[in-house]
Design a protein around this ligand. Structure first.
Ligand code: 5AD
Ligand code: SF4
Length: 456
């Protein structure tokens, strides 16, 4: 029996899919990369914007056709769109709304209940022989050992959910309250990874630098009172350099908890890279307040100045939403001007997408027109392209360390990322995949740079 997982959205979803893959393989399923020939199709969904949900509806149209050809095909859905673990054979009152709405769907499962996958599969296909997954730790889905997709890079979740309640964001509803994973468990996962050749670890969470600080975490009493638990965790993971860890990243932090100590740590820990991604979302105080971001433009600016001073030459990136409820032309101008001032090296620009269930959806009208959102996005994108190429040009002549991720046979080039998280392409060979190679930068493009190979 074959399985296929279609993952949409953020790195956390990709990591969750690695856990689902591990469970399915324990149940005797084999992975296929040909979606049409699978016996079990699982969507791992993203609800951050409507666009992500629309993609699922698009895929399901194809699946209706495949189901006609292969009536044994089972289709399940997990991730942010799902509220309940259920199947089409569950009692109507227990079913997730999506089962009632989407015909080709056989079952849904909340990702935090991934270990119930066997039960729902049996419910939709009685007689299916599924071994019981009675392994220690399966009560907590983060303890499921993932089937990692790469041997040299890994994303390790350190926290689930979010307590920040930005008014536009579905995450606290889709993923629940913020809860940090015990430090020993994270360190054990990281250690095993590094012992197996992993060179780069990304610690992940929706509000990652609030690790160990939520109401739940305080009640658990596991994270101590003295040092910031996130700082302790970074220091501990950094020690794995002795076993071969080369790079440590984290994503995505919140400005509220971005302390000077955390900034300075980047110069103290050998593995912690010189790239900081810090979502700003908007460059106007009234909009930030309405978004419930809990900082002002000036507070963000102060963090940026400190980062620039401590990490000159490092890269600094962000997330921005344009067209939030009631955002005036002047307020948008504030965001544009802030971009010109800070010159983020890269940014993810999003048009505000109202999400049912969030505060902004209930409280305010989505009153910036589609056309105006598109215009603002393009204005900002033009500044972004200019800043990105400017940063890339500043790298010309420098030698960067590249962790090679792939090799292109047609061009004979290797591609990977530098510690600054810049995509570098340079002439190389397939044996370099997974290796750290030095490359002297010769040319800057908008989203990447070209280099010459210097050495391993
Ligand atoms: N509309 C548009 N963008 C959003 N994001 C989160 N929620 C929304 C929304 N409702 C963006 C934010 C966040 C990133 C992960 O997605 O910029 O940082
Ligand atoms: Fe959403 Fe805000 Fe939490 Fe980020 S910090 S996941 S934007 S609620």
């Amino acid at each position: 029996m074959k399985y296929y997982i279609q993952t949409l959205g953020c790195a956390m979803n990709y990591s969750d899919s690695e856990r689902v893959a591990a469970l399915l393989e324990k149940m005797g399923y084999d992975r296929t990369s040909v979606a049409e020939e699978t016996d079990l199709y699982i969507f791992n969904t993203c609800s951050i914007r409507q666009k992500g949900e629309d993609r699922v509806f698009g895929y399901l149209k194809n699946i209706i056709e495949w189901k006609k050809k292969n009536p044994r095909l089972l289709v399940g859905l997990t991730g942010c769109m799902v509220r309940r673990t259920s199947s089409k054979n569950s009692e109507k009152k227990d079913q997730d709304e999506l089962i009632k709405k989407l015909k080709p769907l056989d079952f849904t499962f909340r990702i935090t209940e991934a270990q119930k996958l066997g039960e729902v599969l049996e419910e939709v296909r009685p007689g299916l022989e599924i071994p019981e997954l009675k392994e220690a730790g399966l009560s907590d889905y983060l303890r499921i050992r993932p089937k990692y997709t790469s041997s040299f890079q890994a994303y390790v979740p350190i926290q689930i959910g979010c307590d920040k309640y930005c008014t536009y964001c579905i995450v606290p509803y889709a993923r629940g309250r913020e809860k940090s994973r015990p430090m020993e468990e994270i360190l054990a996962e990281c250690k095993t990874l590094v012992e197996n050749g992993c060179k780069e670890i990304t610690l992940g969470g929706q509000n990652v630098n609030a690790y160990g600080k939520s109401v739940f975490d305080k009640q658990s009493g596991k994270f101590g009172q003295n040092e910031d638990p996130f700082i302790t965790l970074l220091r501990e993971v950094d020690k794995l350099k002795a076993l071969g860890l080369k790079r440590l990243r984290f994503t995505s932090p919140h400005p509220r908890h971005f302390t000077d100590e955390l900034i300075e740590l980047h110069t103290q820990l050998e593995t912690l890279v010189n790239h900081i991604h810090l979502p700003v979302q908007a460059g106007d105080d009234a909009i930030l307040k309405k978004m419930n971001r809990q900082y002002t433009v000036d507070e963000y600016r102060r963090i940026w100045k400190k980062i620039k001073k401590v990490l000159p030459g490092g890269s600094f990136t962000t997330d921005i939403i344009v067209g939030f409820c009631g955002e005036t032309e002047q307020q948008f101008e504030g965001t544009r001007r802030l971009y010109e001032e800070i010159e983020w090296d890269m940014a993810y620009l999003a048009r505000y997408s109202p999400r049912r269930g969030t505060t902004s959806f209930a409280a305010w009208e989505d009153d910036v027109s589609r056309e105006e959102k598109a215009r603002r996005w393009h204005v900002l994108n033009e500044v972004l392209e200019r800043c990105s190429i400017r940063y890339n040009e500043s790298l010309i002549g420098k030698t960067l360390e590249v962790l090679v991720e792939k090799y292109n046979e047609e061009t004979g080039e290797c591609e990977g990322k530098s510690r600054e998280n810049i995509v570098v392409q340079f002439p190389g060979n397939p044996d370099m995949i997974g290796e750290l190679v030095e490359s002297k930068i010769t040319k800057a493009l908008t989203w990447s740079v070209k280099g010459a190979e210097v050495g391993i």
